[in-house]
Design a binder for this molecule. Structure first.
Ligand SMILES: *Cc1c(COP(=O)(O)O)cnc(C)c1O
Length: 435
């Protein structure tokens, strides 16, 4: 068991110069308590911190590291690309190659633009949709995350149909009011908005499986209803597959569901761990971007040769066999976790999409943000710290997905499940005293 002293040296030093010691708030341990560990290196399914402690990693850099850390082929591609210069600021063939690899797997995508992050991809998709339709408003779903651009950080105050209020200071009310936020999985709410203001809607943006409030599946008919509503109203349907893209054997949820969104956002895996995002879709919409069309979008480092090389190397290794292996491992993980909890008398609900797993301390799988919020986040904090002490690194937040990589093995998964059994056992010991 690892013991943790508060405020490691690395954290104190970071806090003096970085806001909260981190460059992305989710890396801080605000919702579980304690101070973050600092990572020195990572290999395969393991990460090692500055104190020399090694963890089985279930975060995978929040999704991109599907092959595991420091995959030799990806590392080689990165080093070779770097030796030819880190950036050109002029077109390179690797951009075309990665675009071809993506287009081959996503029938809805005819043209692509690479950007530097998922945030940029979603922001660009909205700008395109607004320009294409000549309308301002967009519909998003509470609990879906599409990056931190202004109009996408709006969220409903209550589960009811409301005009968005800014989720963050610094976002104007005008900006937020163009965003209509409704509950995930509510065909009824979506229909109502379209009946009342269909002519104002530029686009619906949705995570086809929500992966940023834990892992929440779409109910049957939800995604196809959105497609129908958009089509009837002349609005665009945008699938944000930044988490789900290339995570499943069909490559995208849209392909599994046989739907063709007008625009798709990708990121994470397609950069193999380097900063990348992409927006792609119908050629007539994409061609509105400069230099062909009037919609402005640009990036000094967009289509960066090292990032493209890492993406190409990563996608090239995602074979049918690779997906089969991950499917097996994540199934083993999900089943093991369920059994470990139930034998300790603890209610959890588990969701799984390919190699992504979600679990909630709730008896029934939540299907929207309100339900997610009712799961027990206090128990998650105990789970998190119990697992960290045993060498298992999970997200320091109850509402994130678990990522299984190709570098995980049955042995690694079983070790983690064994530890989860112990941690759940400790909960069971505390529970009667609390009751
Ligand atoms: C991670 C994520 C984003 C944002 O991507 P960044 O690269 O962090 O800007 C957007 N949408 C979804 C669904 C994501 O999971």
């Amino acid at each position: 068991m690892y013991g943790f002293t508060n405020g490691g040296e690395a954290y104190e030093r970071a806090c003096a110069v970085l806001v909260g010691g981190v460059d992305s708030p989710v890396r801080a341990w605000k919702s579980v308590g304690g101070t973050p560990v600092f990572i020195m290196s990572a290999n395969g399914a393991h990460m090692t911190d500055t104190e020399g402690r090694t963890y089985r990693d279930y975060v995978g850099s929040w999704g991109p590291m599907i092959l595991g850390h420091a995959d030799p082929d990806v590392t080689k591609a990165i080093c070779e690309a770097a030796s030819r210069s880190a950036s050109y600021g002029a077109p390179c063939v690797a951009e075309t190659e990665l675009a071809e690899l993506v287009i081959e797997k996503f029938p809805s995508i005819e043209k692509i633009r690479f950007v530097n992050s998922g945030t940029e991809a979603a922001m660009t998709a909205l700008r395109l949709a607004r320009a294409f339709t000549g309308r301002d408003r967009i519909i998003k779903f509470a609990g879906c995350y599409h990056g931190h651009s202004d109009s996408l950080l709006a969220e409903a105050g209550s589960g009811a149909l409301t005009l968005g209020v800014p989720t963050s200071p610094g976002i104007t009310a005008a900006n937020a009011s163009d965003t209509i936020v409704i509950p995930y999985n509510s065909i009824e709410a979506a229909t109502k908005v379209f009946v009342e203001r269909g002519g104002e809607i530029a686009a619906v943006i949705v995570e086809p499986w929500a992966g940023n409030m834990g892992l929440v599946p779409p109910i049957s008919g939800f995604l196809s209803s959105l497609a129908g509503l958009c089509e009837d109203a002349g609005a665009l349907l945008i699938f944000d597959e930044i988490i789900t893209g290339f995570r499943i054997p069909e490559f995208g949820v849209q392909n599994r569901e046989k739907l063709r969104p007008d625009l798709t956002c990708l990121g994470k895996i397609i950069g193999g761990g380097l900063p990348v995002g992409a927006v792609g879709g119908r050629a007539d919409v994409m061609n509105k971007l400069q230099p062909l069309g009037p919609v402005y979008q640009a990036g000094t480092l967009a289509g960066n040769p090292i990032a493209m090389a890492a993406g190409i190397a990563t996608l090239s290794k995602l074979t049918r066999t690779a997906y089969q292996k991950m499917e097996y491992l994540s199934g083993r993980f999900a089943t093991g976790l369920e059994q470990a909890a139930s034998s300790a008398g603890i209610d959890i609900s588990v969701s799984r999409l390919g190699s992504i797993v979600g679990f909630f301390f709730a008896p029934k799988l939540p299907l929207n943000l309100d339900a997610v919020k009712m799961s027990d986040s206090g128990l998650y904090a105990k789970f998190f710290h119990g697992m960290m002490a045993r060498g298992d690194y999970f997200a320091p937040s109850p509402f994130e997905s678990i990522f299984i990589s190709l570098a995980h093995t049955a042995e690694i998964i079983d070790a983690t499940i064994g530890n989860a059994r112990e941690v759940f056992g400790e909960f069971a010991e505390i529970a009667p005293a609390e009751a």
